[in-house]
Design a protein around this ligand. Structure first.
Ligand code: A2P
Length: 279
């Protein structure tokens, strides 16, 4: 009931991951994550910014599963960019999670040119801290989120290359340039909002393919991610959907159907441009 990927450093990463954005710090979030772990998810994606890292740690302990069976990702927030602030932010995250190592640590958003003259240096300094955390063994893998090729280029000069780029990706928002760049550099693409936060699910092609494969439009989106080599991170607090989003391993899309989805024009983006985010 899983479709693991292997990162460029050999670390295995279970798929799909369970996204937790917009899940507040409350008992219902712990319940949803425990439910996800019971159903078979082995990869939980959180971030300092989500404010729910303590719930993730609590759910992992409540699940009774051995720590090493669960892959945990968190991210350094924009106000903690730079070398020292990133190291300090990591310690806060580990305290919240109550864990002694992290599986994957990501830079949440790039510093960008419209906001900072020295945006490349800021990203390089943040990355220097990430590299140190990786080399010291506190984190098993490191990467970025919402980085486009021009943001990534500055990081590729360092001794450790990003292993993951987690970007907004679904059949209605395919980010082809970033995907191609990451393929060239052996960077795994993780898809946040693989369902376009519901926006793309009403598209007629997804309905048609859903009927053909006896699956829901959400399952078609998630299977398309797997078949393309992207690791999807669906988010849900609804038990039936948490289950539904895992039930994607008993079918595969034909190359013709993948090509039809690949050819869709953009229609599912959130509008959050990494070169102009409001935070
Ligand atoms: P909910 O959490 O209330 O179940 P994304 O992962 O693309 O960001 O999308 C998350 C949104 O899509 C949430 O609002 C979630 O609602 C909803 N969602 C999650 N899974 C499904 C599904 N299988 N079918 C329809 N909507 C879903």
């Amino acid at each position: 009931m899983s479709h693991p990927f292997t990162l460029s450093n050999g670390v295995t990463i279970p798929s799909p991951g369970f996204g937790t954005y917009l899940m507040p710090e409350e008992p219902a979030t712990v319940d949803a994550i425990v439910q996800a772990l019971r159903l078979g998810y082995r990869h939980i994606d959180t971030a300092y910014f989500y404010g729910n890292e303590t719930c993730v740690g609590e759910a992992i302990r409540a699940s009774g599963l051995p720590r090493e069976e669960i892959f945990v990702t968190s991210k350094v927030w924009n106000t903690d960019r730079g070398y020292q602030p990133t190291l300090a932010a990591f310690e806060k995250t580990m305290t919240h999670l109550g864990l002694d190592y992290l599986d994957l640590y990501l830079i949440h958003w790039p510093a960008y040119a419209d906001k900072y003259d020295n945006w490349e240096d800021i990203n390089r300094e943040t990355w220097r801290a990430m590299t140190e955390l990786y080399q010291s063994g506190r984190v098993r893998a490191i990467g970025v989120s919402n980085f486009k090729p021009h943001h990534l280029k500055a990081l590729l000069e360092g001794p450790v290359k990003p292993m993951v780029d987690q970007i907004e990706l679904n059949p209605g928002w395919q980010q082809r340039e970033t995907v191609a760049f990451c393929a060239q550099h052996d960077i795994l693409i993780e898809a946040w909002s693989p369902l376009g936060r519901g926006r793309v699910l009403g598209h007629p092609l997804l309905a048609e393919l859903g009927r053909k494969y006896s699956k829901t439009p959400a399952q078609i989106c998630l299977r398309w991610c797997l078949d393309k080599g992207y690791l999807p991170l669906p988010k849900s607090v609804t038990p039936s959907r948490i289950r539904e989003n895992l039930n994607i391993f008993d079918f595969a899309l034909t190359p013709e159907d993948i090509a039809r989805l690949d050819a869709l024009p953009p229609f599912g983006e959130s509008g959050r441009d990494p070169d102009n985010v409001p935070f």
